[in-house]
Design a protein around this ligand. Structure first.
Ligand code: UT7
Length: 351
């Protein structure tokens, strides 16, 4: 191959004619323990002022010792099933970069924890873009008739893989989970998911990675050393690609949906960094008051970030029935994705 591949054209997948995926429920969960910026300054060479001004983050939630991603996913999944009016699903998909173990997948454990043993269950590994990829997988299962209802969860316990002494990552990443229930319906009804736009660039894999513990290292006969198992990120380089690819994916998803930026009632970007979200909104022409954000309170929760913000916004009544919503994500892989949906407006919340 000559030079760098042309990545201007991302993969755009239109929903199959016939059965569309329609949002039937949403839910979220963050672990109760809150870590403030001030708490981080007690052992890291950083400051509340630096973190707020460079990332928009004031505090974040982190798991207690002994709590992994499955527990977060189960809480969010249960909340989404409840808001969908209960009932079973045929499939559980968990998007995560912090699985309970390298093998097997976390989704079967989550399904069993929700009393859904026996249903299809698999993980999606696309780091911060995992939730958009998982939505697309769920829509495919619905379109082909493999499933009538799918529980899609984005869940990450990033505090378990971030080196607490790495100030580039430890101040950003955090823990949480968000979930949606998708049901079979028609593309013209409120809540219908639009076409997904997905893309990747594995030539830049080294910008975000956990270097050890996988087959690349183990095939050499080496066991991982302590640093091999921490999450590594070249933040400044990632920043540039984040703005570019999130914006391009968002614009492509709008194009595929037949919407203009001015049609969007709410843009929900992956909460990577408040400055990235602002820059993407400006670049694609969506006014700041239509760009949703919760990064100040929850940090960057990776695969959980978009569904967590969808569920939190829905719970506060932020979406009118029929509201047009755009979501876009970017992260390790590199991988990115975006899609659109309208708001169904008939979901249940609370006790
Ligand atoms: O979730 C999807 C994937 N991840 C992302 O999209 C994250 C993308 N990257 C970022 O959000 C930002 O690059 C960071 C927040 C990671 C870093 O912010 P930045 O504005 O890009 O800072 P920088 O790396 O360019 O560093 C600027 C300065 C450096 O000091 P010098 O060399 O100018 O003296 C760093 O050493 O800030 C320093 N620095 C810090 N200072 C205080 C880096 N991290 C910290 C820190 N506290 N936590």
């Amino acid at each position: 191959m000559n030079g760098h591949p042309d990545l201007s054209a991302a993969t755009a997948v239109a929903p199959a004619a016939g059965r569309a995926a329609v949002i039937a429920g949403v839910g979220s969960w963050v672990p109760p323990r809150i870590v403030t910026n001030e708490e981080l300054t007690r052992y890291l060479d950083t400051s509340d002022e630096w973190i707020r001004s460079r990332t928009g983050i004031a505090r974040r939630h982190v798991v207690d010792p002994g709590v992994g991603t499955a527990a977060l996913a189960i809480e969010a999944g249960a909340a989404a099933l409840k808001s969908a009016g209960g009932g079973d699903v045929d499939s559980v998909i968990v998007a995560t970069a912090t699985p309970e173990r390298l093998c097997p997948a976390t989704a079967p454990q989550v399904a069993a924890g929700l009393g859904l043993s026996g249903v299809a269950a698999h993980d999606v590994a696309a780091v911060c873009s995992g939730f958009v990829y998982a939505l697309n997988s769920a829509a495919g299962q619905i379109a082909t008739g493999t499933a009538d209802r799918v529980l899609v969860i984005g869940a990450d316990a990033f505090s378990t893989i971030v080196d607490p002494m790495d100030r580039q990552t430890a101040v950003i990443f955090a823990d949480g989970a968000g979930a949606v229930v998708l049901r079979a319906g028609s593309a013209s009804e409120p809540g219908a998911l639009g076409p997904c736009v997905l893309g990747s660039d594995g030539e830049l894999a080294e910008l975000i990675m956990i270097p050890g513990g996988g087959s690349a290292q183990r095939s050499t006969g080496q066991l991982p050393g302590p640093d091999d198992l921490w999450f590594h990120m070249r933040g400044r380089d990632v920043y540039r690609y984040a703005v570019e690819h999130t914006s391009n994916a968002a614009l492509a998803a709008l194009d595929r949906a037949g919407w203009r930026p001015a049609d969007v009632d709410c843009f929900i970007p992956h909460q990577a960094n408040a400055r990235i979200c602002t820059a993407v909104g400006e670049r694609i022409g969506i006014p700041a008051d239509r760009v949703a954000s919760n990064i100040e309170r929850v940090g960057n929760t990776a695969a959980a970030s978009i569904p967590l913000l969808i569920a939190e916004s829905a719970a506060t009544g932020a979406f009118d029935p029929g509201a047009r919503i755009l979501i876009a994500a970017f992260g390790g892989g590199l991988a990115w994705g975006a899609t659109t949906f309208t708001w169904p407006g008939t979901l249940g919340f609370g006790d």
